[in-house]
Design a protein around this ligand. Structure first.
Ligand SMILES: Nc1ncnc2c1ncn2[C@@H]1O[C@H](COP(=O)(O)OP(=O)(O)O)[C@@H](O)[C@H]1O
Ligand SMILES: [Mg+2]
Length: 375
């Protein structure tokens, strides 16, 4: 089969790397000629709304998926008339707009932070009065890695944020005083088979994911079951096919949904070495209707993002159990250029390896003790 992929970034690259072992072929569409996936597959360069390019992609592909969630929904629908597109365009539509997404969660009875739509200064004042401070003002569309959002702590912040973001359609969210950030990754195949990976704990800094660690034994089975139930409802409601990620806040023993991604997700990169079947392989299996692989973890593991620059390769690889993934991208401030996964037999051994790797991969980071000690 040939799988067409909208987007040629590192996620597409890793989908292809997993799909090749299953004998599949890949063709990517991305506006950038230097895209990461172009090093490992056939890259067509063109705009996401170029109908000629989209038709070409449909002709070359048996099935189309995406690795970038800001592909125009119209393009996904256009393709869907010509070829099977997974996940369904509706999933893309819901996750592209933070207001629609929150309303969608609410309609499924999945808890979210309090929220209000903001399209004028008066609405912002009213939303602040309703939700209180602190609060987070976000653009409804196109935000990623903490871009397009502003934490409001004082009335002064409210005025300044309006000046900075006021032109866009916005949503104000109550600030969630979370203890931890978690994510649940789920996958559903064309045959309706569904699997979940264990809850992952995520640490962000400056709005960017730095560290992810599955901790299957740190949560009660009830918490895992609740996260799976939320994800299962979303999968069913959208008649979803492929990998889905939901970012969650843990507040006391409450799970509050933050956002979802209708694609493979950075907090699932550890699954390449740390799970029986990676999110990338299961995504390919799911969209091709193959049986899904086990999502069981293999030992203890953690993933550290390489942001801005790649760490010195020799230093990383000298740590037993460490695996370097370089995306073939140029370094730039705040850009994800690779990641390191480290695996160990025991949690204690994992903590020791993380102590060595964190200063090499994320030298500016001061990971809290909770993350360093793999508990
Ligand atoms: N309502 C909120 N309360 C507290 N922290 C938040 C809230 N919304 C976002 N954050 C913090 O900002 C990070 C990025 O926000 P998110 O909505 O996930 O946007 P992005 O699309 O950039 O990932 C979150 O992972 C979390 O650390
Ligand atoms: Mg996020």
């Amino acid at each position: 089969m040939t799988i067409g992929v909208l987007g040629g970034g590192q996620l597409g690259r890793m989908i292809a790397l997993a799909g090749y072992t299953l004998g599949q072929r890949f063709v990517f569409l991305d506006p950038g000629a230097e895209s990461s996936a172009g090093h490992v597959g056939n890259l067509r360069v063109g705009a996401y709304d170029d109908e000629e390019r989209l038709s070409e992609l449909a002709r070359k592909s048996d099935v189309v998926t995406y690795e970038f969630e800001n592909v125009p929904v119209g393009s996904a629908r256009f393709l869907n008339e010509l070829v099977r597109v997974y996940p369904p365009p509706r999933a893309l539509e819901v996750s592209q707009d933070r207001l629609d997404e929150k309303q969608f969660f609410a309609s499924m009875r999945i808890p979210t932070a309090g929220f209000a739509a903001v399209s004028s200064q008066a609405e912002l004042e009213a939303a602040v009065a309703k939700l209180g401070l602190p609060a987070v003002l976000k653009t409804r569309r196109f935000g990623y890695d903490g871009k397009g959002q502003w934490i409001l702590r004082t009335q002064d912040d409210v005025a300044r944020a309006w000046e900075a973001l006021g032109a866009a359609s916005l949503v104000l969210e109550a600030f969630v005083p979370f203890e931890r950030e978690l994510s649940i990754l789920a996958v559903r195949s064309t045959r309706g088979e569904t699997r979940f990976w264990p809850l992952v704990e995520n640490e962000h800094r400056d709005g960017i994911l730095r560290l992810s660690m599955p901790k299957s034994d740190a949560w009660t089975p009830e918490l895992q079951a609740r996260a799976e139930a939320y994800a299962a409802n979303v999968l069913a409601e959208l008649d979803y096919v492929g990998v889905l990620a939901i970012e969650l806040f843990l507040v006391g023993d409450e799970l509050v949904a933050n956002e979802m991604a209708p694609r493979v997700h950075n907090s699932g990169h550890w699954t390449i070495e740390g799970a029986e079947t990676s999110q990338f392989e299961n995504h390919v299996r799911a969209i091709l209707g193959m049986p899904l692989g086990s999502t069981r973890t293999i030992g203890a593991c953690a993933m550290i993002n390489a942001i801005g620059r790649l760490p010195p390769q020799g230093d990383v690889l000298a740590v037993e159990g460490a695996h370097l993934h370089a995306y073939g991208k140029d370094g730039a401030p705040g850009r994800k250029v690779g990641h390191v996964t480290v695996r160990a037999e025991t949690k204690r051994e994992l903590a020791e390896k993380l102590e060595k790797l964190l200063p090499i991969v994320d030298p500016q980071g001061v990971a809290p003790a909770s993350m360093r000690q793999a508990r």
